[in-house]
Every structure is written in structure tokens, then in C-alpha cells.
Write a protein that binds this ligand. Structure first.
Ligand code: S3P
Length: 166
């Protein structure tokens, strides 16, 4: 069985994904890491040099390479659900879990980080609200299960997902 984690930047996909994979004794994969490995550039540089559309194409390619694998937890980039083709691929691969959080919680988690090109703007908190309100319906449509991580510890989030999987 595969578990796919979707959600906005800072929702906890990588942290929760690693812990969940450990609990389930399976591999942890991350689309951003796989893209950086195969392209040889950092995500921020791909965005800068090629633009967002090109990056979205790489996300689709990476999902294509995972279709024959089994037994992994996959953390995905926050914008992966924007392409319908990606959502279909994700759903065919496994059970899709949405991690979400209040915008102010997301801001607190991401504000000291500089590797996310979409948030390198004058007012990142306003940008988070803006992008989130556009993306929410995409996340909700793609998800089989949703967890609000705003007030939960990573252990509690993992526990909630494991309960749901039973
Ligand atoms: C993006 C999220 C990032 C990364 C890229 C674009 C987005 O991944 O894929 O910077 O569009 O939300 P994380 O969600 O892991 O930060």
C-alpha cells in the first residue's frame, strides 16, 4: 500500500511522511527531492531558470516514474494538485491524505526558510492566504482523508493517520 501526503507548504508533509514511513516500515519518498536528484538543480533554481510551468511538468514526470512501485509514503510539493493529470496519478497510486493548517501557523513554520520560491515576496503571510484560498478546492477534491495539523504534534498527526488506515 502507498500513502500520498498532499497539502500546502509548511503543512508538515516531509516531517509527517518520514515518521509515518518509519511506523509503517516502508520507504519515504519526496517529489521535490526526486526532482532535484534527477534534474541536478535545486527547486528554487529550476523555478528561477525555467519557470513554474516547467517545474509542474517535472512533477508529472516524477509521478509517472513511481507508478510501478509499492509500499512507500510519498510527500508531494504543495502545488502538485493543480494539474488534474497529477491528481489522477496520485489517486491511482494510493490513499491520499491532506495535511492542512491555519495560514498563521503555516507562516510561523515557513518564515525563517528561504528555499520556497513562491514565498520570496514582500508579504509572505498575505501570499500564503492568497495561494491557499485558490488551492483549497483542489486539495479537498484530491483528498481521501484530511488532518488539521495546526494544533497537533507530529506524533498526534501520525497517530490520526494510522487510526484511519486501520
Ligand atoms: C510548491 C511547494 C514546494 C515546492 C515548490 C512549489 C508549491 O514544496 O514543490 O517550491 O507550489 O506550493 P513543499 O510543499 O514541500 O514546500
Amino acid at each position: 500500500m502507498n500513502i500520498i501526503l498532499i497539502g500546502f507548504m509548511g503543512a508538515g508533509k516531509s516531517e509527517i511522511g518520514r515518521r509515518l514511513a518509519k511506523e509503517l516500515k516502508c520507504n519515504f519518498l519526496d517529489t521535490d527531492e526526486l526532482i532535484e536528484k534527477s534534474d541536478g538543480r535545486k527547486i528554487a533554481d529550476i523555478f528561477k531558470e525555467e519557470g513554474e510551468d516547467f517545474f509542474r511538468g517535472l512533477e508529472t514526470e516524477v509521478l509517472g516514474t513511481l507508478q510501478d512501485y509499492e509500499n512507500f509514503v510519498l510527500a508531494t510539493g504543495g502545488g502538485i494538485v493543480l494539474k488534474e493529470e497529477n491528481v489522477a496519478l496520485l489517486k491511482s497510486m494510493g490513499r491520499v491524505v491532506l495535511l492542512f493548517a491555519e495560514p498563521e501557523v503555516i507562516y510561523a513554520r515557513v518564515k525563517s526558510k528561504t528555499h520556497r520560491p513562491l514565498l520570496q515576496v514582500a508579504d509572505p503571510e498575505a501570499e500564503i492566504r492568497k495561494i491557499l484560498s485558490y488551492r483549497d478546492p483542489f486539495y479537498i477534491k484530491a483528498a481521501d482523508f484530511k488532518v488539521d495539523t495546526s494544533k497537533l504534534s507530529p506524533d498526534e498527526v501520525v497517530k490520526g493517520i494510522l487510526e484511519w488506515l486501520k
